[in-house]
Design a binder for this molecule. Structure first.
Ligand code: DUC
Ligand code: ZN
Ligand code: ZN
Ligand code: ZN
Length: 478
């Protein structure tokens, strides 16, 4: 087995930092050692196969993006990143594990939806990957299939309070699924927006001729995120099923989660970089049109970007510090402007929902360290350690410790990253939602299970390096 020694760096964990050398033996971390240590009298630098000099740099556990949608069929098209292109872009950005959403549609067997997702991913991924299960049709068959997911290494499933007629689950369906979750230890993930109300608001806007992408955000009112979040919390309270609310963007939804946690409920929230940095007003761009032009389609996602005048973004950073929000994932769901987003020209309801960020999450969140919004340790916790614990991978993933998978990023705080097409952009999309963002930091080296896959901006891994991760139950269950 090839051995590697990462020397001279500062090893950062969720709880602290220290100067240490990290010894890798094949795919596994063998030891974390005081700088310059010998092992049983051997000079390590002389005895290993490869030495990586991390002097002046941070050595962190590889990023875990627990919310991606490679190849997701949506609105008559499919997300433009395949497992191959999307996981490669993730690796470039310092993410060494993704958890993607396998899709079951109404009328389809859960087992068939899952099998299809395995076919899409197997042999194509650059980094390790796991799956959550989307249950797009809650009925007696899909409920009966849920407990069997645990043996398949899938310990979480997602339902939608939004998208009537597509993925939507009503309260009665959610109740029944949460009852199964409470009995089995599956973690319930929720897209918490009141879809039926949003659909009426959207229809009324279109009737008034308000068709531009901006009105996507107007229709998806924060009140209907707060309301759905509260409803999910109460159903979780009633059933005893722990709850994980995905892509929280409204400060009022954060307050619901904080309230429930203060009441002792096992509920968790995830936000995404777009809700920390971007706003509904950004969607208007430099357009001279009153309600923006079609450029705004680049930022159409659900939940939507929120108005900067209401202070959601500031509140979200605060929630990351106070642990009212526990995780940052991307909800990576890219669509090209030229032939996909354009489906919604003249009617924002037909714009495929999603932003591509899988490549930039580690950098964008590191920028929060630079600007004093979060600590270095919190950066690691939000982007790697908590995702590993939340989704049953901790020990193997999310930590630099003997016995863990050798998933490691060497991050250079003195480096610089310019984001945008033609700069840092390896996702399969014809634009960037993050064009022009400048990061004071740089992903230098990315190691995935002991193999260097990215070295100073060069991808040197291969399709199929990534393996399916069979996850255990959430380590946040009590
Ligand atoms: N939101 C998105 O932005 N894209 C895919 C699905 C979702 O809920
Ligand atoms: Zn969602
Ligand atoms: Zn999503
Ligand atoms: Zn560098």
């Amino acid at each position: 087995m090839a051995t590697t020694l990462i020397t001279g760096g500062t090893v950062v964990s969720a709880t602290g930092r220290s100067a240490a050398d990290v010894l890798l033996d094949g795919e596994t971390i063998a030891a974390v050692l005081a700088p310059g240590s010998t092992l049983l009298g051997h000079d390590l630098e002389a005895s290993v196969d490869t030495v990586i000099d991390a002097t002046g740099k941070y050595v962190i556990p590889g990023g875990i993006d627990a919310h991606t949608h490679m190849q997701l069929p949506f609105g008559g098209t499919s997300a433009s990143d395949t497992f191959e292109t999307g996981t490669r872009a993730a690796a470039w950005g310092g993410t060494t594990t993704i958890v993607d959403f396998a899709v079951q549609r109404a009328g389809e067997r859960v087992q068939d939806g899952l099998a299809h997702w395995h076919e899409l991913a197997a042999g194509n991924c650059a980094i390790d990957y796991g799956f959550h299960q989307i249950v797009g049709g809650v009925d007696a068959d899909s409920l009966a299939a849920l407990p069997g997911l645990i043996d398949e290494g899938i310990s979480s499933f997602k339902m939608f309070m939004a998208y009537p007629g597509v993925f939507y689950a009503d309260d009665a369906q959610i109740l029944r699924a949460m009852q199964v979750a409470a009995d089995t230890g599956l973690l319930t993930m929720m897209h918490a927006e009141n879809g039926p109300v949003i659909d009426v608001l959207a229809e009324q806007l279109i009737e008034k001729g308000k068709t531009s992408p901006y009105f996507h955000g107007v229709a998806r009112a924060w009140q209907m995120e707060e309301e759905a979040t509260h409803r999910a919390i109460m159903l979780s309270n009633l059933t005893g099923a722990p709850l994980y609310v995905v892509h929280v963007s409204a400060k009022q939804a954060v307050e619901q989660l904080a309230w429930a946690r203060d009441n002792g409920q096992n509920v968790f929230g995830e936000t995404c970089p777009q809700y920390l940095y971007l706003s509904l007003e950004d969607q208007l761009g430099a357009s001279s049109e009153e309600w923006g032009d079609f450029e705004g389609a680049k930022w159409v996602c659900s939940t939507p970007l929120r108005s900067k005048h209401e202070g959601h973004q500031h509140h979200m950073w605060q929630a990351l510090r106070t642990n009212d929000i526990q995780m940052v994932s991307t909800d990576h769901c890219p669509f090209c402007m030229k032939d996909q987003k354009t489906l919604g020209q003249g009617d924002f309801r037909a714009i495929p929902n999603g932003i591509g960020s899988v490549e930039h999450r580690m950098d964008l969140m590191y920028q929060g360290v630079v600007t004093g919004q979060i600590t270095l340790e919190r950066w690691v916790e939000l982007t790697s350690t908590t995702p590993a614990r939340m989704f049953g991978m901790y020990g193997k993933k999310g930590v630099i410790a003997p016995g863990a998978d050798a998933d490691i990023v060497v991050y250079d705080p003195a480096g610089h990253t310019s984001i945008g097409v033609g700069k840092t952009h390896h996702m399969n999309m014809d634009h960037s939602a993050w064009e022009g963002y400048e990061i004071d930091g740089h992903v230098d080296t990315v190691i995935s299970r002991g193999k260097v896959v990215v070295d100073e901006g060069a991808y040197i891994g291969a399709k199929g390096d990534g393996r399916f991760v069979k996850r255990g139950l959430s380590q946040y269950l009590v």
